[in-house]
Design a protein around this ligand. Structure first.
Ligand code: SMG
Ligand code: MG
Length: 406
């Protein structure tokens, strides 16, 4: 613990086009290629990698990958390097108790990773852009933990060696094709199925899948904000299918309509897009808008905030599960470590690499067998525990890397 806090020397941005094994369709669009933004942070104590979860288009949220790369290049990267930004000069390299992320009292996980714990406060002068900030913080965290020889799971407080995996199933051209796809995932061992829904693709496909997987199969749905208050009676009819939860049927800002739905149905309502940090999480829980929370570190500005959301939910007996954003092995590794915390009592969208990619950017995540069927092993090597493949970084590059230096 007496190691000096590392100093960031350089930040590199890598843009990749990673082909998907099959198109992924949601209520807001269809992806055939995952456009990935990777952040590589080089410090005087070693380097680290973080993955930005922003998508190609600003449809899931207001953030998108070109915007994230731009805000990092123009504002966030230079601030972390101490070049400019309102707080950069005071916080960089000298995190102190004024950094909100480390001033959380004893037992705070941030205390042993002072550089990573200072990132959020250093970047707070930029409004929003949580996915961009989260990618930077993840890269710094990886570098700092590698330098200490500690894994993400160790820092986070992972209590399991294996985590239960679910799979998110996109909107299919026909119900028959959906049933085929679901049957394939069940065969592979996935422990929970999540169906993407939208108006016109809800009761019928959900009913068909419930029939196919039987009454005991874990099933949930995700609407990605595609419905409005008028649809409450229709959504309440999903109660017939004994779902684990209904995820984010209404707009990100619309907490009130989620409360109304929660009052109108038995199925738990779960917020995803609406939960931006621990404050919005507690507010949504207190108001009765969400009785389960989808934790996606990228959406919350990073893993350290995600830990706070986990802890706040646990104190309130609100179950959480780990969401996914079609991450490569870089982001998946950290998600799997997070999902090993005790509050993650439901299977996550932490699928195997093969769910999306024929080849992963790191060692692939492969579902276990026997008693670990439908589970992924939590990496235990330092940092994320995975290594980025240089060959694929080159082969999949969609533009020249950007270097931000002091
Ligand atoms: O990584 O398996 C994954 C994706 C899971 O459905 C998933 N994510 O709203 O939860 C969600 C979506 C957002 C991503 S859509 C591009
Ligand atoms: Mg979702």
């Amino acid at each position: 613990m007496s190691d000096p806090t590392p100093t960031i020397e350089r930040i590199e941005l890598h843009r990749l086009d990673v082909p998907l094994v099959r198109p992924f369709e949601t209520s807001f669009g269809r992806e055939t290629v995952r456009e990935v933004l990777l952040v590589h942070v080089v410090t005087d104590a070693g380097d680290g990698w973080g993955e930005c979860v922003a998508g190609r288009d600003p449809f899931y949220s207001g953030e998108y990958v070109d915007g994230a790369a731009s805000v990092i290049e123009r504002y966030l990267g230079p601030a972390l390097l101490g070049r400019h930004g309102r707080h950069a000069a005071t916080h960089h390299g000298a995190p102190d108790a004024a950094g909100t992320t480390v001033a959380e009292g004893p037992g705070s996980r941030g205390a042993s990773v002072p550089l990573a714990a200072s990132v959020a406060s250093t970047l707070a002068f930029v409004a929003g852009h949580r996915m961009a900030k989260g990618a930077l913080e993840a890269a710094v965290l990886d570098a700092e933990l590698r330098a200490q020889g500690r894994s993400m799971g160790e820092l986070f407080g992972a209590e399991r060696e294996w985590v239960d995996c679910g799979v998110s199933v996109g909107i299919a051209p026909t119900v028959e094709e959906l049933l085929d796809e679901v049957a394939g995932y069940i065969e592979e061992g996935y422990r929970r199925i999540k169906l993407k829904i939208k108006p016109g693709w809800d009761l019928v496909p959900v009913g068909a899948v419930r029939e196919e997987i039987g009454p005991r199969g874990m099933l949930q749905v995700d609407a990605n904000t595609a419905y409005t208050a008028e649809d409450i009676p229709l959504l309440a009819r999903l109660d017939a299918f004994d779902l684990l939860l209904i995820e984010q049927p209404f707009a990100e800002e619309d907490i009130a309509t989620h409360v109304r739905l929660a009052e109108a149905c038995v199925t738990p309502v779960c917020l995803d897009e609406s939960i931006l940090d621990v404050t919005t999480a507690i507010d949504a829980i207190d108001r009765g808008a969400t009785s389960v929370v989808n934790i996606k570190p990228g959406r919350m500005g990073g893993y350290l905030e995600a830990l706070r959301v986990h802890d706040a939910c646990r104190e309130r007996d609100v179950p959480v599960w780990c969401g996914g954003m079609l991450e490569t092995g870089v982001g998946r590794a950290a998600n799997v470590a997070l999902a090993a915390l005790p509050g993650f009592t439901l299977p996550g969208d932490t699928s195997a690499s093969a769910r999306y990619f024929a080849e992963d950017l790191t060692e692939p995540f492969v579902l276990g067998e026997g008693e670990h069927r439908g589970q992924l092993r939590v990496p235990d090597a330092a940092g994320t525990g995975v290594t980025v493949r240089d060959d694929l970084l080159r082969d999949w590059a969609s533009s020249a890397r950007v270097v931000i230096s002091r």
